[in-house]
Design a protein around this ligand. Structure first.
Ligand code: FAD
Length: 734
């Protein structure tokens, strides 16, 4: 921050500054303001100011740039070569947007200036004045000082019942100041949220020179005595209500907290439907200091980097098999894998995604705040920027969406922080080496699978059953394939503690499980909400006591009116990106169009991207038996060898398996489909559509298959488990 700058310099050195002429007839009607405008290095007008500037064409210079949505501008006016900057939705935030645009010019070295002087913005409508103040608050820590110059009333608020303005004289030279140049005989105070005018005589000159506490009704006006006091001072002394007023909450039709799958989809859809949307997203860094950009878990530390690593491992396998198809020159002993190249590719891809999201938000006119959100009393949201400046801004909206997702859990044991989680894994700078993956859910097994495929020595610690919620026949084959690809499985123990041992991690297991050294320990035993920062207690949104997740109904409504929740943060919802996306989109439709559509939770397909993928939709055999009884269902299944495995004699063919579960009544309705094999996700997507609509086993059997492919194995299913017949597929073309 340029602490040497004195706001008075705007009178003496305008030639190094940008002047922004803000709407209508501001303090710029004063001769001083016109002089400043004319001598400024750059002149920027908001579209609302153009008519006024045009009227005064004889005494004021034409602006270099005009910012706005150009709704209110007189179409006949010749804009005379000024740069036209389209800023959508001009209202409370027009000044902020215009200042941001000027700062962008500076950052991109297109313009060079020392400060920004805003002409006007402090007289006229109360909410406009508050908006100007809140803009100043936002830029108070900015490198480039922003000063507002105006005449007439300075509007500011005092806490209810207060009549004293406290000014710390030592702080009065901060650069972010307000200078009412010809102060009229009134100062506006406000009580609580009500706006009341009180005319109080005021002598600012005395205020600065004699006392640091001013009793407002004793002050006398002295015209042209400049007052310089900072927003910082006002903020630090004001009571919460007044503080809120001073910050003049920026109002949106929808505020979305969390820029992951759910939050992005909801905000984009709402903006398409014409809503004014703010999206707030920031990432709490991992204990290793890693943080990422907008896009949430999926784009940064979830589905996308995971799938890239999964693919990298599959490519390695293909390389090993290529010779069988006649590819020469692949000396297997020379093929190695470079972890850093892969993690760089992942990093580049993630950064690319972040950029795309930001562009999309900008194109749709969504205000993106890289900030943390916190609920304050009264249901408004205070955001604090994620950068070092920690700038606070108050937002308000009748519709607030919480889509803050989950973060990996660290165990509560000594040395837990010596391990990492999936949040750190994909961009790890050093090759993981000998790795212990703790957990038996899909994240753990997927990580173990691709790490083994990338030639790492991997062990998985499975405390109880792996992939508990999946069909257990299928899980058996997935686990067997993992073992056959070199993944060791340590069962029925837990980690007691971790110690540092040189650059290794010494892991102590429970139940006399011994001690083992690893290069990397990955905790992948569940994910949990991190809600402390949000201060939900300030508004009373109800959560599940055990999981900490938010309780929401089928319309995504929480226990508090106007506050909604979607995605992983909602209790009882499958933790999947497409579900979060659809929930967000449908919520926006319900809020901003006449839609009543809600998400249908039946028949959501999902895939575990282990080396041999497992994809599934509907009930597992275990669930179907529980629901319909053993005699109520028929299970069709088969072991098959994918066509592409035959020539290279890929032994993974031993673990490929397909299962369809249907009702044992006249409907023969299919209630579950399960597939273990290559490209399982691709196979299952189409079946999931059919499943959602409703199909019988004969619908499958009577469909003419696509041949040759693995997907046709569903169509070819004939053998039931009950028959006890051999479910292995023999032959291939007839
Ligand atoms: P998130 O995407 O997690 O986004 C929440 C955002 O809110 C984050 O950016 C967070 O930093 C931000 N936030 C939190 N608190 C605040 C606050 N107070 N202020 C501002 N911002 C805040 N799903 C699939 O469908 N397929 C897969 O293959 C798949 N693979 C996965 C692999 C891994 C390793 C992991 C961890 C997850 C995977 N998932 C997968 C799950 C998927 O990533 C999530 O279901 C999805 O991202 C949830 O979206 P969301 O919008 O609920 O939350």
């Amino acid at each position: 921050m340029n602490r040497d700058f004195q706001p008075f310099e705007i009178f003496t050195k305008p030639e190094t500054s940008v002047s922004i002429w803000l709407n209508g007839e501001p303090g710029a009607i004063q001769k001083e303001a016109e002089n400043i405008w004319n001598s400024s290095k750059y002149r920027v007008a908001t579209d609302g100011a153009i008519n006024e500037i045009t009227k005064r064409h004889e005494s004021v210079e034409w602006p270099h740039a005009i910012c706005g949505d150009f709704d209110s501008i007189d179409k006949k006016i010749d804009l005379k070569g000024a740069k036209i900057i389209h800023l959508p939705d001009q209202d409370h935030t027009d000044l902020t947007k215009t200042i941001e645009w000027c700062l962008e010019q500076k950052n991109e070295k297109l313009w060079s200036f020392d400060r920004i002087t805003v002409l006007g913005g402090l007289n006229g409508r109360f909410d406009h004045t508050m908006s100007t103040l809140s803009t100043l608050v936002r830029f108070v820590q900015n490198e480039t000082p922003v000063v507002v110059l105006d005449s007439f009333n300075l509007v500011f608020s005092l806490p209810e019942g207060e009549s004293k303005i406290h000014v710390d004289l030592k702080k009065t030279t901060k650069m972010c100041g307000i200078i009412p140049i010809v102060q009229k005989e009134t100062i506006v105070t406000s009580n609580g949220l009500k706006y009341e005018m009180d005319c109080l005589p005021l002598a600012f000159g005395e205020l600065i020179s004699s006392s640091n506490e001013v009793v407002t009704n004793e002050i006398r006006l002295k015209s042209t005595a400049p007052l310089i006091f900072t927003i910082e001072i006002m903020m630090s002394h004001a009571q919460p209500t007044a503080r809120r007023l001073l910050s003049s909450a920026i109002h949106y039709d929808l505020i979305v907290i969390g820029g992951g799958s759910g939050g992005l989809s909801c905000s984009k859809r709402a903006a398409e439907l014409g809503a004014k949307v703010a999206l707030i997203d920031a990432v709490e860094p991992t204990p290793n200091g890693y943080a990422w950009g907008i896009g949430g878990t999926c784009a940064n530390v979830g589905c996308i980097p995971k799938k890239l690593m999964h693919q990298a491992a599959l490519v390695g396998k293909e390389l090993k098999q290529a010779e069988k198809y006649g590819w020469n020159g692949l000396d297997q002993s020379k093929i190695t894998h470079d972890w850093n190249s892969l993690s760089q590719v992942v990093n580049d891809r993630v950064k690319g995604n972040n950029w795309v999201y930001r562009v999309q938000l900008r194109d749709k006119g969504i205000k993106y705040y890289n900030a943390f959100a916190e609920f304050v009393e009264g249901g408004q949201i205070m955001i604090t920027t994620a950068d070092k400046k920690k700038t606070e801004t108050l937002l308000s909206s009748p519709n607030i969406l919480i889509a803050t997702g989950l973060r990996p859990r660290y165990p509560d044991i000594p040395g837990a922080l010596l391990g990492i989680t999936s949040d750190d894994l994909f961009t790890l700078k050093t090759v993981p080496g000998k790795t212990l993956v703790v957990g038996a859910g899909y994240v753990a097994l997927e990580c173990a699978g691709f790490l083994a495929g990338l030639n790492q020595d991997v062990e998985v610690l499975v405390r109880s059953r792996p992939l508990k919620e999946f069909d257990q026949d299928c899980v058996h084959f997935v686990m067997e394939q993992l073992k056959s690809s070199g993944v060791k499985v340590r069962e029925a123990v837990e980690v007691e503690k971790v110690e540092e041992s040189g650059d290794k991690k010494k892991v102590y297991f429970t139940k006399n499980g011994g001690v083992e050294e690893y290069d990397t320990v990955i905790w992948a035993a569940g994910r949990a909400p991190r809600m402390e920062r949000m201060k939900l207690e300030n508004i009373g949104v109800k959560r599940n006591e055990k999981s900490g997740k938010i309780l929401a109904d089928e319309f995504d409504k929480t226990s508090v009116h106007g506050i909604y929740a979607v995605g992983d943060i909602v209790e009882g919802r499958p933790e999947l990106t497409p579900l979060a996306i659809q929930s967000g989109k449908l919520l926006a439709d319900r809020l901003f169009s006449d839609s009543k559509q809600t998400v249908r939770f039946h028949g959501i397909a999902t895939t575990v991207f282990t080396p041999l993928e497992l994809s599934t939709v509907g009930l597992t055999e275990e669930e179907a038996k529980k629901k319909y009884g053993e005699d109520g269902i028929e299970v069709f299944h088969s072991h098959y060898t994918p066509f592409e495995y035959i020539v290279p004699q890929n032994k993974d063919g031993e673990f490929c398996y397909v299962k369809a579960i249907c009702l044992r009544d006249e409907t023969q309705k299919v209630v579950g489909l399960h597939f273990v094999g290559p490209n399982a996700a691709e196979v299952m997507q189409g079946y999931a559509v059919a499943f959602r609509v409703g199909i019988s086993i004969s619908d499958l059997q009577l469909t003419v298959a696509i041949h040759p492919c693995s997907s046709e194995e569903f169509i070819k299913l004939q053998v039931t488990k009950r028959s006890g017949k051999d479910p292995r597929v023999q032959g291939c073309c007839g």
